[in-house]
Every structure is written in structure tokens, then in C-alpha cells.
Design a protein around this ligand. Sequence first.
Ligand code: SAM
Length: 473
Amino acid sequence: PTSSPFLTPCATTTSNTLALISLKRDETIPALLHAPTPTDPSDPIANTRFGSYPHSTLLHLPWGTQVAASNVGARERKRGKKRKLAEVNNNPANASTTTAQEDETPAQEEPAFEAAASGFAHIVPPTPETWTASLPHRTQVVYTPDASYILQRIRARPGDKVIEAGAGSGSFTHAAVRCVFNGYPNSGDDEKVIRGRVYSFEYHEPRFQALQNEIKEHGLDGVVTVQHADVYAQGFSGAQDVTAIFLDLPAPWMAMSHLTRGGPTQGGPLHSDRPVCICSFSPCIEQAQRAAAKLRELGWVDVGMAAVQQRRIEVRRERIGLMEEGLRGVTAVPATVGEALGRLRELEGKTAVFNAKRKKNDKRDKGAINGHTTEMDVDARSGTVGDGAVNGHHENGEDMMSKKGLPSGSKQQRLKNNLEAAKARKLYKEGRLTHRTEPELKTHTSYLVFGMLPPEWTEEDETKAVAESLAFE
Ligand code: SAM
């Protein structure tokens, strides 16, 4: 098997390996990076709502690098425009006028192109966690809080063999494979021969195909075997010496009777003499009850249920009664610089809308007010007012704006002053400490039924136990 970035991560991004483009919290997209080669000179582009990222800009970077978006559309347009200019220049009839235009082009276009770059992203390495956050959903998936709890409870360790059914979108598969992987063969270290394995079963043909391709692309095919099978009818053929099982099926009890021990006399998938742990993941309590009943019927012990209720808790100070002086609608002094900036931007946004309206009206009345021209420049992004001609007078930036770029005497300036005063009073230490939970954390909450199949008590064990107790007496 080849190496996998999920199992043996390298320090930088490379061609033909998976990288994850993290745009913001809860928004990550996968990209299988491709470097242009003589046979395939293409430079694929990862298009996101925060800009475009040609693969060539993502290669050979240390993981975690922040990458600026390239406005490829603008670049292409620029190239197209240059080509057109060249064509016109080659036409002798147009030579004199077009040469002058071409000379101007770089100086005017370059800054516009830079400004048009619409965002940035971080390039992060593939891990089961980042993959779960970014994978293409073909089904409901098992999220990281559940997967990590389950793998710990079913005691999946390096070198172990695990059954997983149904495989669905492969989220749990990636978490399980990292748990059981214990090195590649031929690494010069006999201890590092792969013994760990995930036997994955999926009966939906397109999902099976998609997962098989992904496993191959991710270099995990030496450790994961994906099989296209209906485990209710066919059981877990091909699986051997399994000590941990995860079932994410609509009717798990229909698959449980196939979970029998292997060995010379029995042909089942489970290890012949080690304890075996199982987890069955069901979204409704009736399914969980039926699964638990079936496990008991089949001789599994320690049958119990758990549910993972992970919540992110936001802790903050709330100050009541500290009114912001002279600011309508603002009730409390901001707690953090971030909060203060948020409010500032909100106000700036409102100012921008107000100014834009005013500019529209002014344009309509242009030249008609007291014989003066009225015009204002608005920077739509920052909401600040730029220099221009107001009521016939040209005012420079210093006159119209405070040092920090805010209109002097404006609400923003007063808020800024208040913030500075609040900072001096150490307001972040005042107020009552409160917390609230974040309800919409992505996790598909289900009931987790656990059980354990103890090693079988053999004739040999019985004889040994009797002999030991006699010796003790
Ligand atoms: N655990 C998966 C993950 O983390 O991505 C999601 C599993 S999804 C909820 C359940 C899967 O079980 C579906 O893809 C479905 O096709 C598969 N399935 C249902 N019955 C099955 C059966 N009898 N044999 C094999 N797979 C089955």
C-alpha cells in the first residue's frame, strides 16, 4: 500500500494528495491537489464563495498557511483584454492609438486586480476530524464527538480488526482506520506490519462505489476493505478475527445473529478467544431497545445505552444598567474589543446606507443648490466618507475625518471615545459572569447501545479452573 496523509501526515501540501480548504468555522472544502505537469498542464481551481484558489497557489505550503484568494476571473479577463490589445496593435491601421492604451493598462489594472481578491482561507491537513467536517454527504454521518466516544468504548486499538456496517459516507470509516492502523509493511520494522483492519460493508451500490474510490484516493485501501453486501442477508463474509463492531443500520438486530466466533470449528467473523465489543447507533429509542434485547438474547453482556450530548458553552460577562452615553439603541458597554468593533461596523454600515441615499439625492439635485455642486464619495466597504466637494467646498480628509478615519463629532467617534474610557476603567472585569450553550452544534444525536461478548468458556478453561480451586483448598 502507498502512504496516506490520514495516517502518516507530511509537513507540507503536495501534488496528488488531499488538502482541506478551511474558509471559516464549520465551512471546509476538500481538494485533491494537482500540480501542472507537461502531460497535464491544467491548473484546477477550487472555487469558493470566498474567492478562487488555483491549485498552483496551494502547493508546497506548510499546513495551516493562510492563502489569499486569487481573482482568477479578473486575471482571465485581463489576459483576454491583453490578447485583444495585441491583436489590435498588430493591425497597422490602429497602431498609434492602441499603443498608448496598452502602455496605460498595467498601471491601472494591477491594483484593481489585487483589490478584487475576495478573501482568504487556511489550508489544513486531512484528518478524520477535518474530513468529517468537509466530506460530501451521501447519508447522515457520525460526527467526531460520537465517533471518538464509540471507538474508545469498543476498545479499538492499533492492530485491531473492526467491522463497520453500513459505511454510508465513510465518516466513521476514517475515524476507525486511524485507531487501528499500526504501520505499513516493508518499513524495515517487523512490528509495523499492518494487522489492523476496518471491514466496511455497504449495500447501496453508488455509495459503495463512491466510498471505495475515496478510500483509494486517500491511500487507505491497505487498511480498509469496503464490501458491497447486504449484511442482514449475507452477514460479514471476509471479516476475520474481529474484536470491535460498529453498526449504523436501520435494523441492526437483523445483522447481529451473523456475529459469531471464528476459529477452526466455527466460521464466524469474530476473534475465537478474545472479548468482542459492539456499538449499535440508532436515532430512535425503539430501535435501541430492540438492538439491546437482541444482544442479550445472543449472550452479549454489559448491555447498556449512552448518548453523547456535546455542547459548546459560551461564557461572557453581562453588565446591566451601564448605558452608552448619547447612543440610541446601544444598551450596554461592549465587553470585548471584538464586540466593540462589531458595533462600530454596524454603525458604519448604517452611515454608509445613509450617505449613499444622500449621495443619490444630491446627484439628483446636482448644481441646483445655491449654485454649488454637492458631491460626496462613499467607500461602500468601510462606510466612511471620503474627500469630495461638499456644498461647493473641497475639504481634505483631515478636516472631515478624525485621526482614526471617523467623521469628527459623529456617533462612531463618540462610541470610540466611550470605548477608550471604558477600557481605562477595566470594564471587562465588571458585570456578572453568565454562560449560554450553543444549541446548533453539528452532531447527529443518536442512542448508542453497547455490549460485550466475553471469551467463550471452554472445556480446557473449566478443567483449569477446577484444578486451581482444588489446589487452593
Ligand atoms: N456511519 C456512516 C457514516 O459515518 O458516514 C453513515 C451510515 S448511514 C446512516 C447507514 C448506511 O447503512 C446507509 O448508507 C445504508 O445504505 C446502509 N445500509 C442499510 N442497510 C444495510 C444493509 N442491510 N447492509 C449494508 N448496508 C446497509
